[in-house]
Design a protein around this ligand. Structure first.
Ligand SMILES: CN(C)C(=N)NCCC[C@H](N)C(=O)O
Length: 260
């Protein structure tokens, strides 16, 4: 179980589900009906879990015309104080960045943008220490890796391209524990040897964790065996049910952007 926190860990950007959520994109799985009321309750449970762990919540304004906008992670990636606004390839998703960019600039953050011909979704970016793994996927291309390298190398980050052919996004296949161990569901990881420390998890949703603090991760209730694995490694685990978002190929990371 998680421990309550009284100190703000940072700010978490979230975006309330659109009324059109059920029209969100599906690529690797079959479309299933979405229960919007349940999705809204699950989203509130997710936000409550972040708040309970000490995160201050800020909401990018909801937009019912953007079905996938709840997956706010895809629109911006934070590198210390720098907000990099992405450039989603999917025409239905690209307009999501407009409100995110305004929001982060209004918060007073420094912002940079990824521009054509580069395309990138935040779900393809995994930071581990000062390493930035960028998935080459159906959404993110080499031009985006090059633009990120130009932006980030002078700031001390090392950008590493990672082939991803079996999953929607890099972070559909892997994320990382607080100690930097990359966790992944082996059947959808192209090449685990890229990562200095790799731990295979027994369930696909078990590959997705949000680091709440150095001892605690947030993950889906759909991966109980992976949760046990993390608990055995000494972590506190907070679980949330996000089934309606998983039906749209979302995961726990996609639903927020953490500004530490
Ligand atoms: C790490 N992941 C998976 C994400 N950051 N984004 C999920 C986006 C899902 C959306 N229906 C789509 O297909 O774009």
């Amino acid at each position: 179980m998680s421990t309550m926190s009284t100190r703000a860990r940072g700010t978490a950007l979230v975006r309330r589900p659109a009324a059109s959520l059920a029209d969100g994109i599906v690529t690797f799985i079959e479309r299933q009906p979405i229960d919007l009321d349940l999705a809204n309750r699950q989203w509130q449970g997710y936000v409550a879990a972040l708040e309970e762990a000490g995160w201050r919540i800020r909401e990018v304004p909801q937009d019912d015309s953007l079905p996938d906008s709840v997956f706010v992670e895809d629109t911006v990636v934070m590198f210390d104080g720098l907000a990099v606004i992405t450039n989603p390839k999917a025409p239905a998703r690209n307009p999501e960045i407009v409100a995110t960019e305004k929001f982060v600039r209004d918060l007073g953050l420094d912002a940079a943008t990824i521009t054509d011909p580069a395309t990138i979704d935040g779900g393809d970016v995994l930071k581990v220490g000062k390493r930035v793994y960028v998935g080459l996927t159906g959404s993110t291309n080499q031009a985006a890796v090059d633009q990120l390298t130009d932006l980030l190398a002078p700031r001390g980050w090392k950008v590493i391209a990672v082939p991803v052919t079996k999953a929607l996004h890099l972070k559909s296949a892997i994320t990382a524990l607080p100690d930097g161990t990359v966790i992944g569901y082996a059947p959808v990881v192209d090449d685990p040897s890229i990562f200095p420390k790799f731990l295979a998890v027994p369930e696909e949703p078990g590959a997705h964790v949000v680091v709440l603090d150095k001892n605690t991760v947030l993950m889906s209730s759909a991966a109980p065996d992976s949760a046990t694995l993390f608990i055995d490694r000494g972590y506190d685990v907070v679980v949330v049910d996000i089934s309606e978002f998983e039906k749209l190929e979302g995961c726990v990371t996609c639903l927020s952007v953490r500004i530490r």
